[in-house]
Design a protein around this ligand. Structure first.
Ligand code: SF4
Length: 476
């Protein structure tokens, strides 16, 4: 028999025996997040930001949870988050609020961000990474790297040309100049497309175009992802125009600090394949599975540098035509020696069309540590390296694709440090989701933790450390 809903029935004014705990389903993702993540650490982390007198603040764990909800559910604004909060029983339960508790004002979040700074969120991200390590989800020996642009929260209409008189008469100009001076010395001018065109809304964003995407004000997110369970172990945000290749050493060091495991292999695309990066990997004892950087020079079928043979005894190169190219000068910035033959011989050479179009003849550059560079480049051509590069493509794309539903396509706030906070929260949530998956399938992680451990005692520790994440988490 079909049921009929009674019309005009007045809803109950009071409810007895109502429990939020019972209203949230057992497999709700927030239930697992609450079980896995310790938010109380933030009390100690931000204690120095609060005085001993005055108004009582919203408890820091509540603020951190609100920020997490904001990103996790990709809520458009903090105002909307607070407006929706009383209607969401699961959010209230997650925040440990009662149905009739007062909802904080939306400004508590922006005030807390300013007061805490990015360090608190960085620590939160690092704790989650360590939790993944303790659960046996991080192998640590092989890391993949890549970067992705995210649109800044600023319109192109806000761009001013600092050199034009019209811009200098703009009322925002003085304000912009003051803000630019406030930036750290390292960041001034770094990363912007040029030093003359700056956004008045977000001076730290830079105008970048990528592929078919038209130029837009952007930031760039750089990530290192571990090979085992795709845990993000290191992350950094820069202005959009910063070359990703410059971030490799920082990400490797961050990975080591966060996971307390030494990386052995770094996998990255040709943007990272610079001499500086090969040498940085060599000095750290890392294998660089990185395609060599394509410098964009079109040789039009002319002889490559490999066609010239080097004689270490006489320190000269021999060209395919048999001429000796002698060392001529040293470039201190690039740490390279230049080698050059005689212009007269090149002009008369039958192979000239295949070798050079320059009137002064062919020149070659040799790095101060050329042998080490060659060794690293040769290793980068191995079968294992090519296989890793293929894996990198879809692994890194997946990592950034998973951040899109969390709103990382566009900066939520303005200013580099705020975008960095957004990325710490996004990366932490992605790692938490991996932990949640682990709870459902613990077998693989426990077996990896056991495999990594050496000796009986370590194996025992690894087993209990891994299993303990099912019940709770203890940061060392
Ligand atoms: S052009 Fe000059 S450097 Fe090139 S093959 Fe001829 S002689 Fe050698």
């Amino acid at each position: 028999m079909m049921g009929q809903q009674a019309k005009g029935q007045q809803l109950k004014m009071f409810y007895q025996g109502l429990s939020l705990e019972r209203r949230v389903r057992p497999d709700h993702p927030l239930r697992q997040v609450k079980k896995l993540v310790d938010f109380d650490f933030i009390y100690q982390e931000v204690a120095h930001c609060y005085g001993v007198n005055g108004n009582v603040s919203v408890p820091p764990p509540v603020i951190l949870k609100l920020m997490l909800l904001l990103v996790f559910y990709n809520v458009r604004s903090e105002r909307e988050l607070m407006a929706t909060l009383p209607e969401r029983l699961d959010w209230l339960w997650f925040l440990e609020f009662d149905l009739d508790d007062e909802i904080p004002g939306h400004s508590v979040l922006s005030k807390a961000r300013r007061r805490w700074g990015p360090a608190a969120f960085q620590h939160f991200f690092e704790r989650i990474v360590w939790q993944c390590v303790a659960a046996g989800l991080v192998d640590g020996s092989k890391i993949f790297m890549d970067s992705s642009l995210i649109a800044a929260d600023a319109s192109k209409n806000s761009i001013l040309n600092l050199n034009s008189l019209k811009s200098q008469l703009n009322p925002h100009y003085q304000e912009l100049e003051a803000r630019l001076e406030e930036l750290p010395a390292d960041d001034q001018g770094k990363g912007r497309l040029n030093k003359t065109r700056v956004s008045t809304t977000d001076p730290e964003a830079s105008l970048v175009s990528q592929g078919k995407v038209r130029s837009q004000l952007s930031f760039k997110v750089h990530r290192a992802v571990d090979s085992h369970s795709e845990v993000i172990t290191a992350t950094q945000v820069t202005s959009g125009a910063v070359n990703e290749g410059h971030l490799l050493p920082d990400l490797v060091d961050q990975h080591t600090d966060n996971t307390r495991r030494r990386a052995e292999v770094v996998v990255a695309d040709s943007q990272y394949g610079t001499i500086r990066n090969y040498l940085a990997c060599h000095d750290r004892g890392l294998k660089a599975h990185i395609s060599p950087f394509k410098d964009g020079r079109n040789r039009n079928g002319r002889f490559s540098d490999e066609a010239f043979s080097y004689d270490p005894e006489d320190d000269v190169y021999f060209c395919p035509g048999g001429q000796r190219l002698k060392r001529t000068r040293y470039d201190r910035n690039r740490e390279t020696f230049q080698y050059q033959g005689k212009a007269k011989i090149c002009q008369a050479c039958a192979l000239k069309d295949k070798c050079t179009g320059a009137k002064r003849g062919r020149t070659l550059n040799r790095h101060l540590r050329q042998e080490e560079v060659r060794l690293m480049r040769d290793r980068a051509q191995s079968c294992r390296s090519k296989q890793d590069l293929r894996t990198r493509q879809h692994l890194m794309e997946r990592s950034f694709a998973r951040s899109v539903p969390l709103g990382l396509k566009r900066a939520r706030w303005r200013g580099l440090w705020r975008v960095q906070i957004q990325e710490y929260l996004t990366a932490a949530i992605q790692n938490i989701m991996i932990l949640v998956r682990y709870i459902k399938e613990p077998g693989a992680a426990i077996s990896l933790a056991m495999k990594q451990a050496k000796g009986k005692w370590q194996k025992l520790q690894a087993f209990f450390g891994s299993v303990s994440t099912l019940w709770g988490y203890h940061y060392p």
